[in-house]
Write a protein that binds this ligand. Structure first.
Ligand code: GUN
Length: 293
């Protein structure tokens, strides 16, 4: 292996300790404990797992978790009422609505109902719009994209002036990551899955972000030697040799790409753990802003 590992597990652990220390300081100096409300509608198993991880890590970082677990058949009006109540609650500094919502609920309207000052997930339409403007800051940027940038920063990977390629313009990760890279001075190429010659375009990248939802799609010969490769994919592929009969992989063929890249995120243990660390960091930031700290 020639690439240095962008270790999301270790980095997120460091960040969560930093957040915990700052949360303790905030409590001591301002008598404020950062609070995160997690809104989960219905019982989708993956969403339940994500939300319980967020709540657990929130409490481990010395913050309060307010779980709002709502029935799958809740009406739009009732859901908006829950969000209004959380907006008005001074103990809640961050509100996260776990996506996707059941089909009968309006995702845009729901996200738009969150108080901008508590939008620690960064999915409020106005915050997404602000990301598209120069010299205008969102109140919060989305967590997985922030986590990608944070990993590059913590491993001293230069962004300014470099060529970045983002494969997959997804709303939650690809597009906002692309915009954050652009704001940091990278030249940008965002590719749709149907873009011709994805391999050739990828080979130009100093920073390659794979958000294309195709297991192990990015091969060794797609990567410029020395590039930083960020994999935001997560999926299971069958593997008889693995204990569970499957293996968790990302969008990058790790075994091939690690021999070419300069830096690479593993899956699991790369961008995934960073997402929750950034959520905690955003919640702490919101609590600090609430007291002018
Ligand atoms: N569903 C998948 N990823 C996310 C995330 O980062 N935040 C929310 N709210 N829902 C998600």
């Amino acid at each position: 292996m020639t690439a240095e590992l962008l270790d999301g597990r270790a980095t997120s652990s460091t960040i969560r300790q930093e957040v915990k220390a700052e949360a303790e300081q905030l409590k001591a100096q301002h008598d404020v404990v950062p609070g995160l409300a997690t809104v989960l509608v219905g019982g989708d198993p993956a969403s339940k797992t994500y939300v319980s991880m967020k709540e657990r890590q929130c409490e481990q970082a010395g913050m309060r978790a307010f779980g709002r677990h709502l029935p799958a058949d809740i009406s739009q009006e009732e859901l908006l009422g829950e969000i209004e109540a959380l907006n008005a609650d001074p103990g809640v500094h961050g509100i996260l609505v776990q996506l996707p919502l059941p089909d009968h609920l309006d995702e845009d309207q729901t996200l738009a109902a969150i108080d901008l000052d508590k939008d620690v997930d960064g999915f409020h339409p106005l915050n997404i719009a602000r990301l598209t403007l120069q010299d205008v800051e969102p109140t919060f940027a989305p967590c997985m994209p922030l986590g990608c940038i944070e990993l590059l920063d913590r491993y001293d990977v230069d962004i300014k002036g470099k060529e970045a390629v983002v494969l997959g313009p997804t709303n939650i990760v690809g597009l906002p990551t692309a915009l954050l890279l652009l704001h940091r001075g990278a030249a940008l190429n965002v590719c749709h899955p149907h873009t011709e010659d994805l391999a050739g375009i990828s080979r130009r990248a100093d920073i390659l972000v794979a958000a294309i939802d195709e297991p192990r799609m990015v091969k060794g010969d797609w990567v410029k030697p020395g590039a930083a490769v960020i994999d935001v994919g997560w999926g299971r592929v069958k593997d008889e040799t693995a204990e569970k009969g499957y293996r968790v992989v990302g969008n990058v063929d790790f075994d091939q790409v690690k021999e070419v890249a300069g830096h690479i995120t593993p899956v699991p243990g790369g961008t995934g753990p960073m997402t929750i660390a950034m959520l905690l960091q955003n919640t702490l930031l919101s609590a600090k802003r609430s007291v002018g700290a």
